[in-house]
Design a protein around this ligand. Structure first.
Ligand SMILES: NC(=O)c1ccc[n+]([C@@H]2O[C@H](COP(=O)([O-])OP(=O)(O)OC[C@H]3O[C@@H](n4cnc5c(N)ncnc54)[C@H](O)[C@@H]3O)[C@@H](O)[C@H]2O)c1
Length: 365
């Protein structure tokens, strides 16, 4: 039986605990807050999944966490704690695989290179939680694109536009964005950080089409400033890849009902990808040679994480499997997020120099 240690008994911690328990894995959850652990046992888990699972161990003792070596460690804490917690895990009890939630870190990219070298020393494989790259409809989209019926890709658009009222409903102890990382772009919040699934899925489809990494970024954002901080309410970027594919990515925390989609236009056809196309289904629309097919993929919220945990199970047994949630992909997303903030501030197109490593030095004005 695989063993899993989850840092952060909040919203994502519970989603992933449930997905791991469905595999029959032994799950321990650690949180710095006793209230969070109580809420997990008495509210979040039973309300979402019917009843509390007493096989899940809850702990507030870090010492206990280091006593054992886990197969999988999941970091489901706020973005500005991801790297410090991940490095502490690598120093004390490195697992075979560590899944760090998105966004990997704040846009200052501080300590990304240090994380990579520590992981290389310990042999831990690092992943970043962009789960939408592993849902059924994304996998099917990958197979359809292999048919090459839409021809040369000309333009790619991605949007994760969702009012964040849902997040605040799920966290009623927060009075508003100022009460957590969500209200601070510099801590990994704002639309850019919180909905960075759009940046990542754009990059995923560009890779599926063999169009390379994003190398140029031009951004314009709508910032909200308040006494203690600032966040981007609307985040939008124009981008160009190494192989010349251009496109646009928009993320916001104001749109209701939400729109989460991607559209790829090719010379001979198109592919559209939707999350929650209707209540209870993701979807694809695929058009070429005068025909348009609409494919529905019925799902529940737990299914959003099932593909990710199935994939991690594969990685735990077959170490060579390629991964769309690799640390390199998560870092590519972080570089574009960081470039976007710099572009917005300087009103310049920012070039990403991948040879310079994963730090602010890779962003060239
Ligand atoms: N992939 C997805 O679809 C998805 C969905 C939700 C959240 N997330 C991501 O997961 C992360 C957490 O979001 P959330 O909504 O679960 O937040 P949350 O506030 O519900 O939970 C975070 C928990 O981490 C705990 N915590 C804080 N610092 C800690 C530390 N140093 N060690 C251990 N525990 C600590 C807090 O007490 C809290 O219980 C964010 O990066 C968010 O973007 C991803």
């Amino acid at each position: 039986m695989k063993t899993v240690l989850i840092f952060g008994a909040g919203s994502i911690g519970n989603h992933l605990a449930y997905a791991c328990r469905n595999k029959g894995w032994a799950v321990t959850m650690f949180d710095i807050s006793s209230q969070a652990l109580k809420r997990t046992r008495e509210e979040i888990y039973p309300q979402r999944y019917g009843e509390w699972d007493s096989n899940i161990q809850l702990t507030q003792s870090k010492k206990d966490c280091w006593k054992k070596k886990y197969d999988l460690v999941i970091i489901g804490t706020p973005p500005d704690t991801h790297l410090p917690v991940a490095m502490e895990v690598l120093q004390n009890s490195p697992p075979q695989i560590m899944l760090i939630e998105k966004p990997l870190c704040p846009p200052d990219l501080d300590k990304c290179n240090e994380l990579l070298s520590l992981a290389a020393q310990t042999g831990t494989r690092l992943l970043v939680g962009y789960n939408h790259t592993l849902t059924k409809h994304t996998q099917k989209a990958g197979l359809l694109l292999k048919e090459k019926k839409i021809g040369k890709p000309l333009y790619l658009y991605a949007a994760f536009r969702e009012h964040w009222e849902g997040i605040f409903k799920a966290h009623p102890w927060l009075d508003g964005p100022q009460d957590s990382y969500l209200g601070y772009s510099s801590r990994g919040g704002g639309a850019g950080g919180e909905h960075s699934h759009a940046l990542n899925i754009w990059q995923h489809f560009a890779h599926l089409m063999g169009m390379g990494r994003i190398k140029e970024v031009a951004a314009m954002m709508d910032m909200v400033t308040f006494e203690t901080g600032a966040y981007d309410r609307v985040f939008q970027v124009n981008v160009r890849t190494e192989k010349g594919l251009i496109g646009h990515i928009v993320q916001d925390v104001i749109t209701r009902p939400p729109k989460k989609m991607l559209a790829l236009q090719g010379e001979d056809g198109f592919l559209e990808w939707y999350v929650n196309y209707n209540e209870g289904a993701d979807a694809l629309r695929y058009g070429h040679g005068g025909t348009v097919e609409e494919l529905l993929f019925p799902k529940t919220r737990p299914d959003d994480f099932k593909g990710e945990i199935d994939h991690i199970e594969d990685l735990l047994t077959k170490q060579t499997v390629e991964s769309p949630i690799s640390i390199e992909r998560g870092l590519e997303t972080m570089l574009v997020l960081a470039a976007a903030h710099l572009s917005h501030r300087t009103k310049k197109v920012i070039r990403i120099d991948y040879e310079a490593g994963y730090s602010a030095e890779a962003l060239v004005e």
